[in-house]
Design a protein around this ligand. Structure first.
Ligand code: SF4
Length: 398
């Protein structure tokens, strides 16, 4: 795709029109051709064949890790020009709805115990090296109290699928948080549960729920997860969350193993139809204790392009500039905001817990990522031309 055609794609997305799949894929490959930040390990093809066989799926010769579509890339200077034009359009779109406000959410990592085995995740059940912990309700309430004093008006309770957190225990915790801090929103991010469970937790006070869809391509989903975890169930959970009245968050990694540009296009199309209130997008970063330990990270530019495209498509959505983006690039947080993101999620967890909630290698949890250093974060965001505000930051379609 040439520069003029790329600019036309930006123009049509800016006006709320989604180009067809081929055109969108050609755009991504033209301006952000690099998928990964390094080379793919030799064992990738063998692993893929084994995972497909395990899932009972046939091999698709079009999907070869790192050697997928051969759509034309622009020369680097033209690609940069297209990306900058895209980021500017996304930034303007965000500024139109949110001004220069950046919303903050206090992230409390309540448990790193998980029954699931997502192949990319450092706290998967199969990682025997992970030092497990679970915060007590009192510890979680103390984090909220501390966060409230720092100016947080949303608490995100995030954890693995830990059976200790039954509906009754989580509901009791939610009721205590909402009674103590009625002006705050609570977001849950505790994985797949039944619709009855989601409803009960919503009634107990949860306002929002984050459940990344991970990939809108079922075959790709089967490569990233064991057979015990199904794409259709993930989709069912997301639909249940909407039905229960949550502000619902979906999301995906950019550059995960065997992801193709077509997978990303499917992600965009899924988001367009699902209309989530929040979308988390970050680069894939490997973790040493997972089957993907030797795979390269996702490319930062491609991640930023996806953030900007989603901003154009979902102008009112809450888009975090993710911790993974901040980990992959020193100024990743600011670059995410300059590509249309409007949310940051500093870490409110106790220091001992933070070090153990390692989803991927070198995950940031100190410095500006730590809620205690909110002044440092405010200064950095101000330097980028934005202001962190004390606000629940609810989704509003206006
Ligand atoms: S991504 Fe979530 S569900 Fe999957 S293993 Fe990690 S914590 Fe568990």
């Amino acid at each position: 795709m040439d520069v003029q055609s790329c600019l036309a794609v930006i123009g049509s997305m800016n006006e709320g029109r989604l180009p067809d799949g081929d055109r969108l894929a050609a755009f991504i490959d033209a301006c952000a051709p690099q998928m990964f930040s390094g080379s793919v390990p030799e064992e990738a093809d063998g692993m893929r064949a084994a995972f497909l066989a395990e899932a009972g799926l046939k091999s698709d010769p079009r999907i070869e890790h790192g050697r997928t579509e051969k759509r034309k890339a622009l020369d680097e200077e033209s690609a940069r020009h297209v990306r900058e034009t895209l980021f500017e359009a996304a930034r303007r779109k965000a500024q139109k709805h949110f001004g220069n406000s950046i919303y903050i959410r206090g992230l409390i990592e309540i448990s790193n115990i998980c029954r699931q085995n997502c192949r990319y995740c450092g706290i998967r059940a199969g990682n025997a090296e992970a030092e497990r912990y679970r915060l007590s309700p009192e510890q979680i309430l103390a984090c909220c109290e501390h966060g409230y004093g720092l100016g947080f008006r949303t608490f995100v309770l995030q954890g693995g699928e830990d059976a200790w957190f039954t509906d009754e225990r989580l509901a009791a915790l939610l009721r205590r948080i909402k009674a103590e801090w009625p002006d705050c929103a609570v977001t849950l991010s505790v994985g797949e549960r039944s619709e009855a469970s989601y409803r009960l937790l919503r009634q107990a006070g949860a306002d929002r729920f984050l459940l990344r869809h991970e990939t809108a391509d079922p075959c790709h989903y089967a490569l990233l997860h064991p057979v015990s975890q199904s794409w259709s169930h993930r989709m069912e959970c997301l639909r249940s969350l909407k039905k229960c009245g949550y502000q619902t968050g979906a999301g995906f990694m950019v550059g995960s193993p065997w992801q193709t540009t077509d997978c990303l296009v499917e992600d965009v199309r899924f988001l367009y139809h699902f209309q989530p209130e929040m979308v988390g997008i970050g680069p894939f970063i490997p973790h040493a204790g997972t089957p993907f330990a030797r795979f390269p990270s996702g490319d930062v530019e491609r991640t930023l392009v996806m953030v900007a495209l989603v901003r154009l498509m979902l102008p009112f959505a809450m888009l975090p500039s993710t911790t993974a983006l901040g980990t992959a690039a020193g100024n990743g947080r600011e670059r995410g905001i300059l590509a249309g993101a409007n949310v940051l999620m500093p870490n409110l967890s106790p220091r001992e817990a933070r070090a153990r909630y390692r989803l991927y290698n070198n995950k940031l949890s100190e410095g500006a990522e730590c809620a205690d250093n909110i002044e440092e974060l405010k200064a950095r965001i101000r330097a980028a031309g934005y202001e962190i505000v004390v606000d629940r930051g609810d989704f509003r379609q206006s």
